[in-house]
Design a protein around this ligand. Structure first.
Ligand code: ARG
Length: 459
């Protein structure tokens, strides 16, 4: 590519391999809207401050808007040989406006320009991710509302532990996702700070008005230190880490769905539109979406590690290493959006199978704690009640019975405190209904959770 912008200092043209190696346009072109919007604000300020003539500022703005329109319409294509989106747009402007176009880069460096573009771009992305997370929470809340009395086994160590409801289980994920929303909002605050005016590293001698650019672009405030302004990528790392945690939640949920739609559990059935078949086994219906989400979680963790490692040894201020920020953060953003966009309708359309959940809850002695609690209410110390119940469970296993079907004589033989009312106390419905402490699975408690979650979402 003949005629580099820095041609004055050089006596040779760049080696083509170096040019390709150096180029970021294949992955930073996606910031063209923000690059142009940022340049429009910069040119406006330059004109208003008398740094460039007002008419030229107006011509630049018009030229930039024309470029934006042409890219949007597909009339202008990115030149893959351009070094980056910033150089491409500036060169295009100059080819359209001649000398006037060359005034745009006054009092600016690509270092503050790229920092601005990424922040503007990620602000849009964060809002999109937030909307998707909110949508997923709403989906879970609505499904929970329909399953307030759907009894299922709760697990620890993947062993049946105590009875809960499907609503309660779903709402656990809603709480995780609410925290994810909080982390995204927090990241947004620190992304919403305007770095332009930091220059290459030491700001500028021109009488610029940074606050004006900040207001024009809708940022909260301006960066305080020009060295930090060009070399801070904390906001990318924060976003990648918020997304990593979010992916970890989606991955845990996915793992449960993989289990739930297996014949071993059969708690749910995925809609045919959200499952896949096998090329050889005619009976198969596979939960590919959830497996891919589980798999892609590793990829997003990789993006976070890329960013952390990229930054850890960098001296102030800008270093070219930082060009590597974009592929990593954009990959994290694209991946989580893709996952959420597929996951939400999959959850919305899956069929819940309450009878199978109820049957699973009826096995595995998940009411044993309640049996012990029954004896405690009759006056026994918990440890004694625990031991008696353990013995009862042992008897049941030997005789292939459950606590519900174990005859009264067996109960009485072990402890005189048992009475007919034990059967009611250990019924799964009672076990769930009685767990009405705030945060528990009783329908009234889950209703309160749902209300809380809806209120938080509306905020
Ligand atoms: N493409 C570059 C990046 O993404 C823009 C900044 C270039 N700055 C420089 N001093 N070479 O980081």
């Amino acid at each position: 590519m003949a005629g580099k912008m820095w041609a004055g200092r050089f006596t040779k043209e760049i080696d083509e391999r170096v040019n390709d190696f150096n180029s970021s346009i294949s992955f930073d072109a996606r910031m063209y809207k923000q690059d142009i919007e940022g340049s429009v604000a910069h040119a406006t300020m330059l004109g208003e401050c008398g740094i460039i003539p007002l008419e030229e500022s107006k011509a630049i703005i018009k030229g930039l808007k024309g470029i934006l329109k042409d890219i949007d319409n597909g009339e202008l294509h990115f030149d893959p040989a351009a070094e980056d989106v910033h150089m491409f747009i500036e060169a295009e402007l100059t080819s359209r406006l001649g000398n006037t176009g060359k005034r745009l880069h006054t009092a600016r460096s690509r270092n503050d320009q790229v920092a601005l573009d990424i922040r503007m771009n990620l602000k849009v992305e964060i809002k999109e991710i937030e909307n998707l997370v909110s949508e997923l929470i709403t989906t879970l809340v609505n499904l929970a509302e329909k399953n307030l009395t759907t009894v299922m086994p709760g697990y620890t160590h993947l062993q049946r532990a105590q009875p809960i409801t499907f609503a309660h289980h779903l709402m656990a994920y809603a709480q995780m996702l609410l925290r994810d929303l909080g982390r995204l909002e927090d990241t947004y605050k620190r992304t919403n700070i305007m770095p332009l005016g930091s220059g290459a590293l030491a700001s500028t001698t021109y009488p610029i008005d940074r606050q004006r650019v900040c207001d024009l672009l809708g940022f909260d405030e301006i960066t305080q230190n020009s060295l930090d302004g060009v070399s801070d990528r904390d906001f990318c790392i924060e976003l990648a880490s918020a997304i990593s945690i979010l992916m970890m939640h989606l991955s845990r949920f996915s793992e449960e769905i993989v289990l739930w739609c297996s014949w071993e559990f059969k708690f749910i059935e995925l809609d045919d539109a959200y499952a896949t078949g096998s090329s050889i086994m005619p009976q198969k219906k596979n939960p590919d979406i959830t497996e891919l989400i589980r798999g892609k979680t590793g990829r997003v963790y990789g993006d976070l590690t890329t960013l952390l490692t990229m930054m850890k040894g960098l001296s102030l201020a800008y270093n070219k290493d930082m060009q590597e920020d974009k592929e990593a953060i954009f990959d994290a953003v694209d991946t989580v959006k893709l996952c959420l966009t597929t996951f939400i309708p999959m959850i919305e359309t899956m069929k819940v199978l309450p009878d199978n959940m109820r049957n699973a809850a009826a096995k595995g002695f998940i009411n044993a704690t309640d049996c012990a609690d029954y004896l405690v209410k009759k006056g026994l110390p918990f440890r004694d009640a625990y031991k008696i119940t353990g013995t009862l469970v042992h008897t049941c296993i030997e005789k292939n019975l459950t606590l519900e079907t174990l005859p009264m004589e067996e109960y009485m033989a072990l402890c005189e405190s048992f009475d007919e009312d034990v059967y009611d106390a250990i019924s799964l419905e009672t076990c769930v209904m009685q767990r009405k402490a705030y945060g528990g699975p009783a329908p009234e408690s889950v209703k309160a959770q749902i209300e809380y979650t809806r209120k938080k979402l509306a905020e």
